[in-house]
Design a protein around this ligand. Structure first.
Ligand SMILES: CC(C)(COP(=O)(O)OP(=O)(O)OC[C@H]1O[C@@H](n2cnc3c(N)ncnc32)[C@H](O)[C@@H]1OP(=O)(O)O)[C@@H](O)C(=O)NCCC(=O)NCCS
Length: 215
């Protein structure tokens, strides 16, 4: 197993695995491979923090980072730079064998070494609490609508890096995709069946859950 930077020769294989990992997870089909395709050329992309995981010479996962920032609620304070990951994925046949943990831990360590202050991401808390992520609420960080959702997760990379910050997160606009363009891009890949699955309803519900934790 090797964790390394992606090269242009890997692009199709990485996107293929990304598509498989997210397929039918949030809705019938997936758009993450299209996001990834756009991300590599985007000004917010952080190639030095983005990695693929290779097993026996084949891509089996990836993690991709972009710049994000916290916009303080007080008008005279400056935006606080942060970094964010997503998509992160492991090929479905390798799930729950510790590979995601290795990949995510590796990237977190590199982000820390590079001097970044904090990581903000969206996801299920059970995926990221093992790395020390908590709700953004702990640091007064909300989504743009001012609400503290369970799915907004924060990890300071330096001591006190997020202390005293109160604001909302602004992720890269690379995630603002046109769904029709994503569907068109998907035609580059072999046809795959779109299904309505219970995990999609779970995701819809999870997106609205507020963080009620008293930190
Ligand atoms: C999320 C993902 C990258 C995790 O990769 P993985 O290799 O399966 O994860 P690991 O085996 O390293 O698990 C690490 C820990 O994360 C947590 N975890 C991972 N998947 C979980 C799941 N389905 N349910 C609950 N906890 C989970 C557990 O704490 C796990 O440790 P444990 O197995 O000792 O209990 C992988 O499941 C994936 O690609 N999923 C589809 C895409 C996706 O959901 N990406 C994240 C978007 S937010």
């Amino acid at each position: 197993m090797i964790i390394r930077h992606e090269t242009p020769q890997d692009y199709f294989a990485t996107e293929h695995i990304c598509r498989d990992a997210f397929w039918n997870l949030y809705f019938p089909g997936a758009h993450e491979h299209y996001v990834l395709h756009r991300m590599r050329k985007h000004k917010d992309f952080l190639p030095e923090l983005s990695f693929v995981l290779e097993i026996d010479g084949q891509i089996a996962g990836g993690i991709f980072f972009t710049r994000s920032r916290i916009i303080p609620r007080s008008a005279d304070a400056k935006p606080v730079p942060a970094v964010s990951f997503g998509p992160v994925f492991i090929a479905p046949e390798y799930h729950r064998r510790g590979l995601g943990r290795m990949l995510i831990s590796h990237a977190i360590e590199k982000a820390k070494q590079a001097g970044h202050k904090a990581i903000l991401t969206l996801g299920y808390p059970y995926h990221y609490s093992p790395y020390g992520f908590t709700g953004g609420k702990k640091y007064g960080i909300s989504m743009a609508d001012g609400k503290f959702y369970q799915g907004l997760l924060a990890l300071p990379l330096q001591e006190h890096a997020l202390d005293g910050i109160s604001g909302y997160v602004q992720f890269s606009d690379v995630f603002d995709i046109n769904p029709q363009e994503a569907e068109e891009y998907d035609k580059k890949f072999p046809p795959k069946e779109k299904l309505v699955l219970p995990c999609q309803a779970e995701y819809e519900k999870a997106c609205t859950l507020l963080d009620e934790t008293r930190y």
